[in-house]
Design a protein around this ligand. Structure first.
Ligand code: TGC
Ligand code: FAD
Length: 390
């Protein structure tokens, strides 16, 4: 009996390991990406514009706060479904996935995990509906890899807190209605919900970006910004607060680049099958087949890695080091594939008519933010040796 042809984008049939509900989530986000994102995203990237018009549809699909409980107006989905959302969004563009990651994992998650009941009831439903947009201010201009060395500080003044400092490279900064600002206090690092229309708060968009152009990136300035104690997240003190949020977001980021890699790989495979050089398709050359086969191998490994990570997350046993290994592996896999695809496209690969150069440029940010590749390698090294090399 002839073997059933394999799906080149899923050689190990990872999809068969998904539940029916997970497949439905993947299909609905895939449709959104195909119909709403792909037709416009090249132009958005060229124009340096985040497509804000897609926010209501993303909310409608339940993509904002997807894993948080339905009692707060959120999706109540499992971790694997959230991963699939990230994968399908990033198949469109890393900027769309970034928007969802920041809103869900870096803004709604800390309110859910560390906030008071009143904060959860007040903020989560409008954030899930895309009516309130958040940003997450951890990184500072003097060095993002070492957030323990935080200069931004908050001083108690009666029933208020007065916050001073600056944050750098903040996704959604100029879109946001609230910022989750992490600041040093006398009792250690604490998180504050800061409305962006507060007196003394300013966001300044970063221009001249060559990466994540379809995403808003900003610097935040806090000059004697005053918020009531009711805006402090009461459930956590110390660096483990923001790092706990990063674990959630990094988990999603292990899935996202798989989508970017699949987009590059499928477009380039079709191109190579149709491009005639030396009287034969480019895809008929051994050199190109080797490259495509190696891409398929790396995508397959990344899919299996993220799925197992998701199963660990849903079982409640996922550890930050496991997330670091997958973030490192999958970002490296995707950026290498995007660059190789760009090469196979030849001159045609240098314009945004084809997606690989856009994905390759985006992935320069993705491999840097949420912990650089080196940071994640050192986290794994620390786990293996028991020695902290930071
Ligand atoms: P260390 O001593 O290791 O840890 C301090 C405390 O935190 C706990 N912890 C974690 N908790 C949860 N998740 C993690 N991943 C955690 N890592 C550590 C740890 O147990 C400890 O708790 P406790 O109770 O003992 O106090 O801290 P360290 O200062 O040695 O730093 C370690 C290091 C370098 C790994 C950390 O600083 C780090 O991850 N640096 C990278 C910073 C980073 O990733 N920034 C990202 C900013 S946000 C962003 O980029 C958003 S992009 C969004 C988008 O557009 O998609
Ligand atoms: P640095 O920390 O200065 O690192 C510079 C280089 O030194 C890197 O190559 C790094 O790997 C290396 N390095 C650092 N420490 C060591 C070491 N011990 N040993 C060897 N090498 C080392 N931050 C937020 O808080 N919120 C956001 O929403 C957000 N969005 C972002 C969006 C974009 C597009 C980008 C580019 C960044 C975003 N960031 C955000 C910031 C991001 O997390 C930081 O850029 C990242 O953590 C690295 O910090 P840094 O840029 O200051 O680089």
């Amino acid at each position: 009996m002839p073997a059933t042809p394999l799906n080149p984008h899923d050689l190990y049939d990872v999809r068969a390991l998904l539940s029916e509900e997970e497949r439905m989530v993947q299909d609905s986000v895939a449709r959104f990406t195909d119909e709403r994102v792909l037709p416009i995203i090249g132009d958005c990237f060229d124009q340096g514009r985040f497509p804000t018009e897609l926010i209501p549809e993303m909310a409608e699909l339940g993509l904002l706060g997807a894993t948080l409980p339905t009692e707060y107006g959120c999706g109540g989905m499992n971790g694997v479904s959230y991963g699939l959302i990230c994968q399908e969004l990033e198949r469109g563009d890393s900027g769309l996935r970034s928007f969802a990651s920041v809103q869900s994992s870096l803004c709604m998650y800390p309110i859910f995990a560390y906030g008071s009941e009143e904060q959860k009831r007040h903020w989560l439903p409008p954030m899930a509906a895309g009516k309130v947009i958040g940003c997450f201010g951890l990184t500072e201009p003097h060095g993002g890899s070492d957030p323990a060395n935080m200069k931004t500080h908050a001083r108690k003044d009666g029933g208020d807190w007065v916050i001073n400092g600056a944050k750098m490279w903040i996704t959604n900064g100029n879109l946001a209605h609230i910022a989750i600002v992490w600041a040093q206090t006398e009792e250690g690092i604490q998180g504050f919900i800061v409305p962006t229309d507060s007196k003394g708060f300013a966001a300044q968009e970063v221009h001249k970006k060559m990466s994540l152009r379809a995403s808003v990136t900003s610097a935040l300035f806090l000059d004697n910004v005053r918020v009531p104690d009711a805006n402090r997240l009461p459930g956590v003190k110390g660096l483990k607060g923001p790092l706990g949020c990063l674990t959630q977001a990094r988990y999603g980021i292990t899935w996202g680049p798989i989508g970017a890699a699949i987009a590059c790989f499928s477009e380039t495979t079709e191109y190579a099958k149709n491009r005639m050089l030396f009287q034969r398709p480019l895809a008929a050359t051994q050199a190109v087949q080797l490259k495509l086969a190696d891409m398929a191998r790396r995508i397959t490994l990344a899919q299996l890695l993220s799925l197992q990570l998701g199963r660990l997350k849903d079982a409640g046993t996922m550890q930050p080091t496991q997330v670091s290994l997958a973030k490192w592996n999958n970002c490296r896999m995707a950026i290498d594939i995007a660059r190789e695809c760009r090469d196979i496209l030849g001159g045609a690969g240098i314009t945004t008519e084809h997606s690989p150069i856009r994905h390759a440029l985006n992935l320069e940010s993705v491999i840097t933010y949420e912990g650089t590749e080196t940071v994640h390698q050192l986290v794994v090294g620390r786990e293996i040796t028991g020695i902290n090399a930071f």
